[in-house]
Design a protein around this ligand. Structure first.
Ligand code: NDP
Length: 447
């Protein structure tokens, strides 16, 4: 079996040699899905995984924009339309200087499996730009978003491809992007999700990824009769996903002791309560400040510059910042300190080595494609409401989100339970996500 996996990876590596993040994501899937394919006659001779690792379409374009001083800048825009076998492409836009083809292809590839897991009819895509929103004025952000959409609009649509937010793209950016799309097309459609509540957005969409990450962790803990109540939770990041993962953890009775950004992490031994979280939301979302400012306001907390929070003793860890932010050594520290559950809010935050450590220790580990799927699932619910020209209440959307997370968890159990009862959620998520897309591709022929 290993020889088959190695031969497959060799072929993928030859074609995508300079794309380490993409190769990492493919490897993780190949290791669990290829042994499964080998046991199913229906996939025999179909080269299905090889077809799935090649994007249906990859679009790259120039994004010129003018700053407040009148200087002209040029960034690169992308949209990877990975797979539309089960529905229109769906996936976020990321604005961050690290954005390149490898990172977007890894995200688009993961998105295909994640969207399949949500039970909703959505294909996978991802896009963005190497534009850095940090330190830019609102006007500069608007000009950039308008320029970006003045090209992207040709390639997307409510039945073709429906982008959403991701790192660096929140409600403000979605507004500017939507405005330009509406102008270029002269139509008001649900072409983006994460929209404002008064113009087509869904209640609970901002909260959904963070809440869903906690719901998924609760589902895992429940299998052993456990819960969040009284647990110490360590969270990385302080953006959209981290904020709402913190909020829900608190609501479920846990004590959240860390948040972070790319400069370091804050440790608050007394716990981050609702007031302190409101301060963080205002700091990060309105003032666009740094997490280190938390200790100016709450001097009993500590700021650890340049470090990640995995050295803090905890019961539950929720990585909610970015890819590869938790390595093998971090995983060993978490396990040694008694951590029993890791639920990924970010995409691929744990390295291959870290996942191996969690599996060896037989603690609960949920890969992002399962545990953070609540965001895109609620985007799917936003699309449904847009199509119906209707609006569900907060409680209705939250209930649907909880139900979807439960179903994703059950799908993982179906394909990921080992003989000794331990659940390999990576295998479970990969196979459950694969089956639906692969079966649709087979039904539709070689296209
Ligand atoms: P935000 O832009 O709101 O926040 C990102 C957070 O991560 C910030 O605190 C940021 O710190 C930190 N961060 C970014 N890059 C790095 C880095 N290289 N090292 C350390 N910290 C970093 O993004 P989101 O909260 O929306 O996204 C976070 C993660 O969740 C991403 O992996 C994203 O793909 C994933 N995700 C998001 C979904 C959503 O609905 N938003 C859905 C599913 C997954 P700083 O301010 O210093 O950059």
């Amino acid at each position: 079996m290993q020889a088959k996996i190695d031969a497959f990876m060799e072929e993928v590596r030859a074609r995508n040699a300079h794309e380490p993040e993409f190769l990492q994501a493919v490897q993780e899937v190949a290791e669990t899905v290829i042994p499964y394919i080998a046991t199913k006659e229906i996939y025999n001779g179909k080269n299905i995984l090889l077809r799935m690792v090649e994007p249906e379409r990859a679009i790259m374009f120039r994004v010129p924009w003018v700053d407040d001083k009148g200087e002209i800048h040029v960034n690169r825009g992308y949209r990877i339309q990975m797979n539309s076998a089960i529905g229109p492409y769906k996936g976020g836009l990321r604005f961050h200087p690290s954005v390149n083809l490898s990172i977007l292809k890894f995200l688009a590839f993961e998105q295909v499996f994640k969207n399949s897991l949500t039970t909703l009819p959505m294909g996978g895509g991802k896009g963005g730009s190497d534009f850095d929103p940090k330190g830019k004025s609102d006007d500069e952000i608007m000009r950039f978003c308008h320029s970006f959409m003045s090209e992207l609009y040709r390639h997307i649509g409510p039945n073709t491809d429906i982008p959403a937010g991701d790192i660096g793209v929140g409600g403000r950016e979605i507004g500017f992007l939507f405005g330009m799309y509406r102008k270029m097309r002269n139509e008001f459609t649900g072409v983006l999700t994460g929209k404002g509540i008064t113009w087509g957005g869904s209640l609970i969409r901002p909260e959904a990824t963070g809440y869903g990450t906690v719901y998924f962790a609760e589902n895992m803990l429940e299998t052993k009769g456990d819960s969040f109540d009284g647990k110490v939770v360590v969270i990385s990041g302080s953006g959209n996903v981290a904020q709402y993962a913190a909020e829900k953890s608190m609501q479920e009775g846990a004590k959240v002791v860390t948040l972070s950004d790319s400069s370091g992490y804050v440790y608050d031994k007394d716990g981050i309560d609702a007031d302190k979280l409101a301060f963080v939301m205002e700091l990060k979302n309105e003032r666009r400040g740094r997490i280190s400012e938390y200790v100016n306001k709450y001097p009993s907390a500590e700021f650890h510059k340049g470090k990640t929070p995995w050295e803090v003793k905890c019961d539950i860890a929720l990585p909610c910042a970015t890819q590869n932010e938790l390595n093998g050594d971090d995983a060993k520290t978490l396990v040694a300190n008694g951590c029993i559950c890791v639920s990924e809010g970010a995409n691929m935050p744990s390295t291959h080595e870290a996942i191996a450590v969690f599996h060896k220790a037989k603690i609960f580990f949920a890969p992002g494609k399962a545990s953070n799927a609540g965001g895109v699932a609620t985007s799917g619910l936003e699309m449904t409401q847009n199509s119906l020209r209707y609006k569900w209440t907060r409680e209705e959307v939250d209930e649907k989100l909880r139900q979807i997370m439960k179903e994703i968890h059950s799908a993982c159990l179906e394909y990921g339970t080992d003989n000794d009862g331990y659940v390999d959620y990576v295998r479970g998520a990969n196979i459950a996500g694969f089956v639906k897309v692969a079966d649709a591709m087979i039904a539709q022929g070689v296209i």
